[in-house]
Write a protein that binds this ligand. Structure first.
Ligand code: SF4
Length: 270
């Protein structure tokens, strides 16, 4: 029979694949990671109708974009704003038969430490180069949040995980071992249409990203939940779905609306 300490350590199931959302959740709070990814407790309600509507619109946009890059043309979309987003997408990305389009594409990799899964909105192979495209449809309201978002793209876990996994598995996409400088990540918004940030990969970034991912995974694998102290995570509690469970307090919906990890997690972790 295992000791109490054993039960609170080594809880990651064999074959577990980390994602950018799960790595990010662990940094926000190890208990939240455990509840979400090990105990599989999911958020199943939305803050309010307005937020739900915007989330639905973002999901619809991703679905229509997926269909567009598969060659299915949705001619008319009833919702005026969504229709504008889609028309912006089509005029920004006219289909070129010489390119390869891989929409809603999943890539997995595993080595001795790193076991990862990345879910891409679009991978485009163009003139031998690989472009990652990520649709950013969440509206961030405050100026402070906008500035924070722009400044954080390079160090964003999404950037780190997506570029690293793609480089490691690039032969599956491009048929050869693509060089780092031939890979880019582009965050794109549909309205007004344009690239919010473009990051070109490099050997140096690949090395740094590997170290970053490895150290995060090793930390999670080795974490002993007996040491968990929620006092260290109070900042995050207000936007955590387990706030009622841990603190008997309601979620701060206003703050939650600007938490991109939460919004992304709703899309990818049904
Ligand atoms: S409410 Fe706070 S302590 Fe509880 S899981 Fe969420 S972030 Fe962690």
């Amino acid at each position: 029979m295992g000791s109490t300490a054993d039960k609170n350590k080594n809880i990651i199931p064999e074959g577990f694949l980390f994602t950018q959302q799960s790595l990010s959740t662990f940094s926000n709070c190890p208990l939240k990671f455990r509840k979400r990814y090990i105990e599989n407790l999911k958020w199943n309600s939305y803050p309010d109708e307005d937020v739900k509507k915007r989330l639905d619109m973002g999901n619809d946009f991703h679905l229509i974009a997926h269909r567009y890059f598969l060659g299915i043309n949705d001619e008319w979309i009833e919702d005026e704003e969504l229709n504008r987003w889609v028309q912006n997408l089509k005029s920004s990305f006219p289909i070129n038969k010489d390119n390869i389009y891989l929409p809603e594409y999943k890539i997995r990799m595993a080595d001795t430490v790193i076991r990862l899964e990345a879910n891409y909105d679009l991978i485009m192979v163009k003139d031998g180069e690989i472009e990652i495209w990520d649709w950013k449809t969440h509206s961030i309201k405050s100026e402070h949040a906008k500035a924070k978002k722009r400044a954080s793209f390079l160090n964003k876990l999404q950037t780190i995980v997506y570029m690293f996994v793609l480089k490691e598995q690039s032969r599956l996409i491009n048929g050869s071992n693509t060089q780092c400088h031939q890979i880019s990540m582009n965050y794109w918004q549909p309205d007004p249409p344009g690239i919010i940030e473009k990051i070109v990969y490099s050997e140096e970034r690949h090395r740094l990203f590997k170290e970053e991912i490895e150290s995060r995974i090793l930390k999670i694998m080795d974490y002993d939940y007996i040491e968990f102290d929620k006092a260290n995570y109070t900042e995050h509690c207000k936007i955590c779905e387990f706030n009622w469970f841990c603190n008997n307090q309601k979620v701060d919906f206003k703050a939650l609306e600007e938490d991109e990890d939460f919004l992304d997690s709703l899309r990818w972790e049904d």
